[in-house]
Design a binder for this molecule. Structure first.
Ligand code: ADP
Ligand code: MG
Length: 717
C-alpha cells in the first residue's frame, strides 16, 4: 500500500493517539495531520535568561518548574493556574486561565522550554498562556549539543489531551512513511516563484534543521493555499459567466418607484443601482456584494432591484440572519415600497415563528407568484418553499451565511440573480479572499442631513467616578423625549452572548473586573433614583423570539425608554428616536462590532451619542480599539485600523484556528501581495484551461479543501 495524504491515520498511529486526534481536531487522514502546522518555532540558541527578561517582548526560556498552584479569581468565574519557573538566574510566573489540567504536567522539577510574551501583573513579570515543551531525559540525550542548539523546535497548537511534543512525534512517524505527494502547484509556477516541492515543504515545515527550512516551507505552503483558494474562486466566476439567466431590465415600474421616493438617491446609490441593472440585464446571473455603512441606504437600492425584477414577472427572496431582522426588513421594505408598490408586489414574511395557517398562506403566495417578494430567515431554505419564478435572491449580512446557503436558495430558481448586502466594510484583501467570487459595489457616503454621532470613551481605569455620570446622561436624553440603548457583552454572569471576544484575550490590558451582564444591569438601572419613572426593559439572545420581537416593537413604538441588550441589536435595528447608546465593557467587542452597534443611534433628526465604557488601561490594545472607534465615524477607516490592531489570523474568525480550514497560513491582513499574485496565476491558468483538465492535482485539491472547509470558514464568515 502506498502512503499518501489520503491515507487514514488508523493503523499508522496508536489507537489512543488516533482517537485523540479525531476528537480534538477532527483529523482522520495523514493529510489532515500534516496540515497541522507549527504555530511558532524556537531555537535553544536564542534563549533569554530570566534575570534579563525584557517587558513586552517575546522570549524563550529554558527553565525548571518550582511550584504550581491554582487559585480562583477574585471577581469573576474561573480559576488561574500559576506556575513559577526558574533558570537559576531568577523567577517568572506563568499564568493560565481556566486550564487547571495543565497542572498534571507542570509539576515541580519538570524541565522544558517556555515561550511567550512577557507581561507584568502587580509588578511581577509573568508569561500569560505561554507555549511550552517539556523535556524528557531521552530528548536531551539524543542530540549532539551543537545540533541541539541550532535545531528549531516546533510548537504546535495543542490541547489538553495532545501536547505539542506528542503532535510532533506523531507527525514524525507519518513523515517517515509518506511517499511522494502530488503537487497542486504547477511546476512552472513553482519554479518561477522559487518554491519547494510539496513533499519537501511538508518535511521541512515540521522537521526543519535550521530556520531557513521552515521559512521556505511556509512560503511554499502559504502560496499553495492562496493559489488553491483563488483558483476555486476564479473558477466559480468563470463558470457563472457561462450560465444563462433571465435578463431583468428596468422599466416604467422601476422609474415610478424611484421618482416616488421621498428623497432622491445619492450619487453612490445611483451608481450601485446602475451596476445592479447592468448585471441583471446581462443574461448571466448577477453575483454582487453591496457594502455600505449602516444607514447608507442599501435597503432602497435592494428595493429598486426587487421592483425591476417584479416588473418582468419575477420574484425576490430576501434572506435575513435572524427573526428580528427578517421582521424589520419586511417592515422597512413595505415602507420603502410605499402603499401602491406594496399593493402590487404583495410582500410576504416567512419565518419559523409563523403559525401553520400563516405559513401555508406564505408558501402558497411564493409558489403561485401571487407575491413578488418573500422575506424570511433560513426557513426560506426549506424544501417546502418553492417559487413560481425566482428572479433575485437578496442576502442580508452575508458574513452570517455561507456559499452553501447562497446556493441552496439559488437552486430554488433557474439561476436567479444574487445580491448580497453587508454593513461591515470589508477591506479589499478580505473581499478577494472570502468573497472572491462576488463583484463588489460600495456606498461610501451617507445621505445628507444625517446627524453625526458623537462618541466618547468613558475610561474607568483613569476616571472611576465617571460611571454614575453615564446613567445621568441617559436620564437627560430620556427627559428630552429620546430613547437609549445600554449594551452589555454578557447575558448573565455565567452566560456570554455569542460572538464576544475569546477568553484568551482577557489577559491583555484589561484588569480583571466582573463583566457587566444584562441580568445584573437591568435591576441595577431600574433601582437608580434618576430612572425611577423610566420604562426599562431587556433583551438578549436567550429571550424567546416572540418576546424579543415584542420588546423591539415596543421600543420602536416608543413604549420603552431604555433598552438593556446584548449584541442582538447589532444589525439593522432602526429606531430613529434612539439618540444615546452606552456600551459597557466596550473592550469586549471588536472594532467593527462597536461601529455597527453605534450605528443604531443618530438615525433620525436627533444627534446621536455613544459612550464607550471601558476598564482597559491606557496603552493596551483593548483600549486602542475602543479609542479608534471613538475617533472616527468612517467605517472604512475603521476596518483598516481594525486589521492593524487585530492579532494575525483573527480576520476570518475563530474557525481558522487549528481546525480544518483552507486558510491556515495565508493572512488576509498582511498577505495582500501574495493574494494578488495568486489571483493572477489563477486567472491565467483558468483562461487556458477552464475546467482544469491539465491540472488534475490542483482540481482535486480544490475539491478536497473546499468540501472540508465550506461548512467551516465560509459559513461562519
Ligand atoms: P441601510 O440598509 O444601508 O442601513 P437604509 O436603506 O435602511 O440603510 O436607509 C436608512 C434610512 O435612510 C432610511 O430611513 C431611508 O429611507 C433613508 N434614506 C435612504 N436613502 C436616502 C437618500 N438618498 N436620501 C435620504 N434618505 C435616504
Ligand atoms: Mg438596512
Amino acid at each position: 500500500m502506498s502512503v499518501g495524504l489520503e491515507t487514514k491515520l488508523q493503523g499508522l498511529l496508536g489507537d489512543r493517539t488516533q482517537k485523540a486526534l479525531s476528537k480534538a481536531f477532527g483529523y482522520s487522514t495523514l493529510g489532515d495531520l500534516l496540515g497541522h502546522y507549527p504555530r511558532r518555532y524556537a531555537t535553544r540558541g536564542e534563549l533569554t535568561s530570566i534575570a534579563g527578561v525584557p517587558l513586552g517582548e517575546q522570549v524563550t526560556l529554558v527553565a525548571e518548574v518550582v511550584s504550581a498552584g491554582q487559585r480562583s479569581m477574585r471577581q469573576r468565574r474561573g480559576s488561574v493556574l500559576e506556575v513559577v519557573i526558574t533558570d537559576g538566574t531568577g523567577l517568572v510566573t506563568l499564568t493560565f486561565f481556566n486550564q487547571a489540567w495543565r497542572q498534571k504536567d507542570l509539576v515541580p522539577g519538570a524541565r522544558g522550554m517556555f515561550a511567550g510574551k512577557v507581561g507584568a501583573y502587580r509588578g511581577e513579570r509573568q508569561l500569560a498562556h505561554p507555549d511550552y515543551e517539556l523535556f524528557s531525559d531521552e530528548d536531551v540525550m539524543a542530540q549532539s549539543s551543537e545540533e541541539w542548539a541550532k535545531r528549531p523546535i516546533p510548537f504546535y497548537p495543542a490541547t489538553s489531551t495532545l501536547a505539542s511534543w506528542q503532535l510532533a512525534k506523531s507527525i514524525g512517524i507519518l513523515l517517515d512513511v509518506l511517499e511522494d505527494v502530488p503537487d497542486p502547484i504547477p511546476a512552472e509556477i513553482r519554479e518561477a516563484e522559487g518554491l519547494l516541492d510539496f513533499r519537501d515543504a511538508l518535511e521541512k515545515i515540521h522537521r526543519p534543521t535550521e530556520e531557513a527550512d521552515w521559512q521556505r516551507s511556509r512560503d511554499t505552503l502559504r502560496f499553495q493555499e492562496a493559489l488553491v483558494l483563488q483558483t476555486a474562486l476564479v473558477r466559480r466566476r468563470v463558470r457563472n459567466a457561462a450560465v444563462q439567466s433571465t435578463p431583468r431590465t428596468p422599466g416604467g415600474m422601476t422609474a415610478a418607484f424611484v421618482t416616488g421616493l421621498p428623497f432622491s438617491l445619492t450619487e453612490d446609490q445611483v451608481a450601485v443601482v446602475d451596476d445592479i441593472h447592468q448585471d441583471m440585464a446581462s443574461g448571466h446571473p448577477m453575483n454582487r456584494l453591496v457594502q455600505g455603512e449602516v444607514g447608507s441606504g442599501k435597503t432602497v437600492v435592494a428595493a429598486t432591484a426587487i421592483v425591476t425584477v417584479a416588473q418582468s414577472g419575477g420574484q425576490t427572496a430576501l434572506l435575513a440572519p435572524t427573526e428580528v431582522l427578517a421582521n424589520q426588513h419586511f417592515r422597512s421594505l413595505v415602507a420603502t415600497l410605499g402603499p401602491e408598490m406594496a399593493a402590487t408586489l404583495k410582500p410576504v414574511l416567512l419565518t419559523g415563528a409563523l403559525g401553520q395557517t400563516e405559513r401555508k398562506k406564505a408558501l402558497l403566495a411564493a409558489a403561485s407568484s401571487a407575491s413578488s417578494l418573500v422575506v424570511g430567515t433560513h426557513a426560506l431554505l426549506g424544501d417546502s418553499v418553492q417559487f413560481a419564478d425566482l428572479g433575485l435572491v437578496v442576502i442580508d449580512e452575508q458574513h452570517r451565511f455561507g456559499v452553501d446557503q447562497r446556493d441552496a436558495l439559488r437552486l430554488k430558481g433557474s439561476h436567479p440573480h444574487v445580491l448580497v448586502l453587508t454593513a461591515t466594510p470589508i477591506p479589499r484583501t478580505v473581499a478577494m479572499t472570502v468573497f472572491g467570487d462576488l463583484d463588489v459595489s460600495t456606498i461610501r457616503h451617507l445621505p445628507k442631513g444625517r446627524s453625526p454621532i458623537e462618541s466618547h470613551v468613558v475610561a474607568l481605569a483613569d476616571h472611576p467616578t465617571w460611571y454614575p455620570r453615564v446613567w445621568a446622561r441617559i436620564a437627560e436624553e430620556v427627559a428630552k423625549g429620546r430613547q437609549a440603548f445600554v449594551v452589555a457583552s454578557a447575558i448573565s454572569a455565567q452566560v456570554h452572548e455569542e460572538g464576544d471576544l475569546e477568553d484568551e484575550d482577557e489577559a491583555e490590558g484589561v484588569p480583571q473586573v466582573p463583566r457587566a451582564s444584562v441580568e445584573d444591569i437591568l435591576p441595577m438601572v431600574r433601582s437608580l433614583p434618576e430612572f425611577a419613572s423610566l420604562r426599562v426593559e431587556a433583551i438578549h439572545g436567550r429571550v424567546p423570539t416572540a418576546e424579543k420581537d415584542a420588546v423591539m416593537h415596543a421600543f420602536g413604538a416608543g413604549d420603552i425608554d431604555v433598552l438593556v441588550a446584548t449584541t442582538v441589536i447589532e444589525v439593522g435595528i432602526d429606531v430613529p428616536n434612539a439618540s444615546i447608546m452606552v456600551i459597557l465593557d466596550a473592550d469586549r467587542f471588536g472594532v467593527s462590532q462597536l461601529h455597527q452597534l453605534r450605528g443604531r443611534v443618530g438615525r433620525g433628526e436627533h444627534a446621536g451619542t455613544c459612550l464607550l465604557v471601558t476598564h482597559a488601561e491606557v496603552g493596551s490594545t483593548a483600549r486602542a480599539r475602543v479609542e479608534a472607534v471613538a475617533e472616527t465615524l468612517d467605517g472604512f477607516d475603521l476596518a483598516a485600523k481594525d486589521l492593524e490592531l487585530r492579532r494575525e489570523g483573527d480576520v476570518l474568525g475563530a474557525s481558522q484556528s487549528g481546525r480544518r480550514s483552507s486558510l491556515k497560513l495565508v493572512r488576509v491582513t498582511s498577505d495582500a501581495d501574495l493574494i494578488d499574485t495568486a489571483r493572477e496565476y489563477a486567472e491565467r491558468i483558468l483562461s487556458e484551461d477552464p475546467e482544469l483538465a491539465a491540472h488534475p492535482v490542483l482540481a482535486a485539491t480544490i475539491q478536497a479543501r473546499l468540501d472540508a472547509s465550506s461548512e467551516d470558514y465560509l459559513e461562519k464568515n
